[in-house]
Design a protein around this ligand. Structure first.
Ligand code: BTN
Length: 253
């Protein structure tokens, strides 16, 4: 595969050697009027960021990209795009991994290989008003060549999972195709098919889970994914709580 991959016509590739953060660059382009489908790809990031204000270690050799979307939906619909992206990432990783490698989804947006995080998603959005988003930036990091050692969770890379020698450009091209396909399903048929594909591979569904929120920690049973992408948690007291933001921990991982 050449160094600059050919992507489906939906995408306009902005390929950079280095950047602060592809999400930041995509936000700048969005504010300057860039069209939907703009995809910022960088070989390395000096200020890569993860969910909940955490840094995302971004050396050369892994994949860092951000796609700009201008979806015709309210802010509540933006969360669904995270699940669209996770399902597309699952399809992407499976193309490179041995047939029996277990790829699972950890709520809300992590993709795990053998229970270890191989990919993360950072969604950022801006609205013209509450009912209509102006843009959504979908940031994706895939550990291709290496996984970070200094993170508070178990991490994995494609090369450590048996994918062999895989080029970042090749992973980008496969992801772009998978992402467009799942995005079009979502646009055509709504969240349900995406939700059910995510649930097929949901880590810990039906089992005990701990969810850490900003100011409290909840324990219960991971009962379902609701229609908006919220985690339905059955509490020991008998009630059910829908969680829309937090970090999930499983007792057995
Ligand atoms: C997470 O915390 O799991 C989300 C990680 C998202 C990292 C990607 S790398 C490309 C894009 N640019 C960033 O600064 N972050 C996202």
């Amino acid at each position: 595969m050449s160094e600059t991959p050919t992507l489906p016509a939906f995408f306009r590739l902005v390929a950079l050697d280095a950047v602060d953060s592809t999400n930041e660059e995509a936000r700048r382009l969005a504010a300057a009027g860039a069209p939907e489908g703009t995809l910022v790809w960088a070989r390395s990031q000096s200020a890569g960021r993860g969910r909940r204000g955490r840094p995302w270690h971004s050396p050369r050799g892994n994949l860092y990209l951000s796609v700009l979307l201008r979806p015709k939906c309210a802010a509540s619909g933006a969360a669904q795009i995270g699940f669209v992206t996770a399902v597309a990432l699952g399809d992407t990783l499976r193309r490179f991994l041995p047939r029996d490698a277990p790829v699972t989804f950890k709520w809300p947006n992590d993709v795990l290989v053998a229970g270890r995080k191989a990919s993360g998603i950072l969604l950022e959005a801006s609205g013209v008003n509450a009912d209509r988003l102006d843009w959504v930036v979908v940031g994706v990091g895939i550990n291709v060549a290496a996984s970070p050692g200094d993170v508070p969770y178990a991490a994995m890379s494609l090369s450590e999972s048996g994918a062999g020698d895989t080029s970042v450009a090749e992973v980008l091209a496969v992801f772009a195709g998978c992402f467009l396909s799942v995005l079009e399903t979502w646009q055509r048929e709504g969240f349900e098919p995406v939700r059910s594909r995510w649930l097929e591979h949901a880590q810990g569904l039906g089992g005990p889970v701990e969810v850490r929120l900003d100011h409290e920690t909840l324990a219960g049973r991971f009962a379902a994914l609701d229609e908006g992408g919220g985690l339905a948690l059955d509490l020991p007291s008998g009630g059910r709580r829908i969680v829309t933001a937090g970090d999930v921990f499983f007792p057995h991982l």
